[in-house]
Design a protein around this ligand. Structure first.
Ligand code: TA6
Length: 302
């Protein structure tokens, strides 16, 4: 993006001392947020949150040192937005995995401050590229609030004249000290589809420990979760609204070897915990209807 455009965006949206648009990796524009309680950043590319931390605390999100930073590619790490399908598109193997909104520039709509929080609003919608993949009229409005908690609100509007069926996921890469020593609490007894085992349905017993490749879609669950990291001495609390599924993923060594945008051994430094509406929990939206999925991420000391 040209410096003039960044200058123009700052003229329209910057909050001096709290939020400004700067040139990020790959010369992609990002909104940089600094408040007395937190810092964070979100790229216009994919409306992709790539950092959030409470003031004086450790980064909460993982970001690959080998990520691509270009139009048409997804950033590896942070919070990719998966829409309007999850994983491969069922009827078109050539379609981009996880849909087409995480690999394109969104429009910056607003930056507002409320006390010590800053909220950034971005939007995208159908265009000639998207209708090639998915013949639907839609608009997404994503609002991210950076404060002592991180609040995500993804609103989907059906702006067409026919009903929509879509999947969505906020594919959050949580930074961990080492994958061997973390656990995810809150899914005990919940059914999940194991994508490492032909999506067979299984039941979770106790906390989720990651001891091999994990790719589990927990279905019909609105439970709040906790990611416990003894070495970082913190608990990440994840609560969600209007999300009926949660996906837990780590590629492990063998899966990571297939990912050119992940550094050596970086697979040990994250776990994805994804608030979502996927597989049997996909959303149906009548014309003019709107659906908002919300996620609240907080940090507490262990
Ligand atoms: O959310 C888990 C998952 O669907 C895995 O199956 C794996 O494909 C992961 O997403 C990463 O997908 P990506 O297209 O970002 O490499």
């Amino acid at each position: 993006m040209s410096p003039e455009t960044i200058q123009e965006l700052n003229r329209q949206f910057a909050l001096p001392g709290a939020a400004e648009i700067v040139e990020g990796n790959g010369r992609l524009p990002k909104v940089q947020i600094r408040t007395p309680h937190a810092t964070g950043e979100i790229y216009l590319h994919g409306a992709h949150v790539t950092s959030w931390r409470q003031a004086g605390a450790e980064e909460v999100l993982f970001l690959s040192s080998h990520s691509k930073w270009e139009d048409g590619s997804a950033i590896r790490g942070g919070i990719p937005i998966c829409f309007p399908w999850f994983r491969a598109k069922a009827d078109d193997p050539k379609a981009p995995a996880h849909g087409f909104v995480r690999t394109k520039a969104w429009q910056l709509e607003s930056i507002t401050a409320d006390g010590d929080t800053v909220t950034v609003g971005m939007s995208t919608g159908n265009d000639e590229d998207t209708t090639d993949w998915w013949p639907a009229d839609f608009r997404l409005l994503y609002r991210v609030t950076f404060g002592t908690e991180l609040k995500l609100d993804l609103a989907v509007m059906n702006t067409g004249t026919t009903s929509l069926r879509f999947e969505e996921a906020l594919h959050t890469y949580h930074k961990v000290w080492h994958i061997d020593n973390i656990r995810v609490r809150g899914l005990d007894g919940v059914s999940y589809l194991d994508n490492t085992d032909a999506n067979h349905e299984k039941t979770q017993h106790g906390d989720v420990l990651i001891t091999t490749q994990a790719d589990s879609a927990y279905v019909n669950t609105q439970h709040p979760l906790e990611l416990v990291d003894p070495e970082l001495r913190r608990r990440i609390r994840i609560t969600k609204e209007h999300s009926l599924s949660t996906v837990v993923w780590n590629p492990w060594r063998e899966g990571a070897q297939l990912l050119s945008d992940l550094g050596d051994d970086e697979w040990q430094q994250f776990v994805c915990i994804e608030a979502s509406n996927v597989l049997g929990c996909a959303v149906k939206l009548a014309p003019s209807q709107q659906h908002s999925m919300r996620v609240l991420i907080g940090v507490a000391k262990l």
